[in-house]
Design a protein around this ligand. Sequence first.
Ligand code: ATP
Ligand code: MG
Ligand code: MG
Length: 554
Amino acid sequence: TRERSLNFIEEIIEEDLANGMNRESLRFRFPPEPNGYLHVGHASSICLNFGLGLRYNAPVNLRFDDTNPAKEEQEYVDAIKKDVEWLGYQWAEERYASDYFQQLYDWAVELIKKGLAYVDSQSSEEMAKQKGTPSQPGSESPYRNRSVEENLELFEQMKNGEFPEGTHVLRAKINMASSNMLMRDPIMYRILHKQHHRTGNDWKIYPMYDWAHGESDYVESISHSLCTLEFLMHRELYDWFLDQIHDNNSIRPKQREFARRNLSHTVVSKRKLLQLVQEGHVTGWDDPRMSTISGMRRRGYTPMAIRNFADTIGIAKRTNLVDVSVLEFCVREDLNKTAPRVMGVLDPVKLVITNYPEGQEEWLDAENNPEDESAGFRKVPFSRELYIEREDFMEEANRKYFRLTLGKEVRLKNAYIIKGESVVKDADGNITEIHCTYDTDSRSGSGTEASLRKIKGTIHWVSIQHALEAEIRIYDRLFTHENPDGDKEIDFKSYLNPNSLEVIKGYLEPSLSEAKDGDRFQFQRLGYFCVDRDSTAEKIVFNKTVGLRDTWAK
Ligand code: ATP
Ligand code: MG
Ligand code: MG
């Protein structure tokens, strides 16, 4: 990673170290809820937490925050592990909040015994009415002063599944007049007769996030528990719960908040991404248009590009929208270094070299990557009939046009210098063939005087008889609005881009028949492309990853 100054989280850690905290006690975690696939926002959080682990040589746990059995599934656990690994990070331990259900229950019993928690038997509507407003204190529940014995008995019955859902909750007894609404006797447990993906039917009560999260951090001796800004007001409650269970010999976790990272022209919310999947607006969680890590992987983005992106945008205290072009820049920058160059034509027009012998072919040397000497060379077939891009020819052009035109010369990449001679048109006046002649001495790399002639334009091509036909999927932004979920009044799906996917046929140099699922290439002058997992032995499918900013400078 690049050199940069400390971010504010690192400053907090440095200060803790300066104040006597032991370096060996540093420990972090990344805590996803397994209720969907990870997205680019999570990637920021992963890079932050695992980045701290690398910087301080400290362990980082992967903790599944699995306290809501209604929405969580093993499929998501597996996908999350795959994504974190793919980004290149190793967790110290794989943990689950559900591993702590018994411990959390025991601590809750202690709180009841200390008079700090009670069973409330009102409906959620009644409790909501008593909450008050930020400027007005709430009122106390009629059950607030139940005896410890009664609370213990009811809580145990809740646990044993003796009550239907919604009939009782366990609440912390804090302060119904607190200026922080979250401190007004928050719910610690609710009854849920749902099967959990790990604990099955063992539990009929499930802890709330606020009760489970800090305590999980505590069990794991997490020194710095980093979360997004919407938890700022929860910090007081996080600390209050820790106060009740903390013994002075243990690490006391510290919650600190950073801003969510939102990306333009997409949504970064598992709930909304799930809607796109369920309603069929995309083909799945890993649709290459999705902001999910699995979608970006399938699109051809590299782990390094995503890590560089996270590093480039850094972390902030204020939420803002990062333009997707920043991410695309990072993708391009990495692929430019690593992706082999190949030739493919996506909008073909036939080019006939009239003075090239019929039936002849030759295999020319082509450099795999000018950015990487070790990448070497490959052979590309050349013959009398080629495809070039329709866009690379104009019958009449002004002096600034350096592609092919009649009467002027252009270089075919890795091959010869050709000169446009004439065109063949159909009845509607569309060009069906371009006829040209080639300079027989001008082969690239041959070292002849003719090959060294300075020619302004270079275009790419494929030999028609050797070309590999491929399906090419070209993506545009999934949403036409830069901030599709920015307005609560407007359904984000109304901004879906109806033209976000275009499928075309392309003609590629035959070396690509060897390409494997996930392989990435630069199609010269067109952009970066990768092999999609839909490819079969009969038909190879490519995804367009991102366009090129520049064409050849030479
Ligand atoms: P979502 O609304 O997409 O479900 P979440 O915050 O509920 O997001 P979690 O699975 O709880 O999802 O997130 C795991 C971690 O990733 C948390 O620490 C969370 O704060 C962080 N995170 C989630 N979204 C973003 C984001 N957009 N930017 C930065 N960090 C994020
Ligand atoms: Mg969450
Ligand atoms: Mg969520």
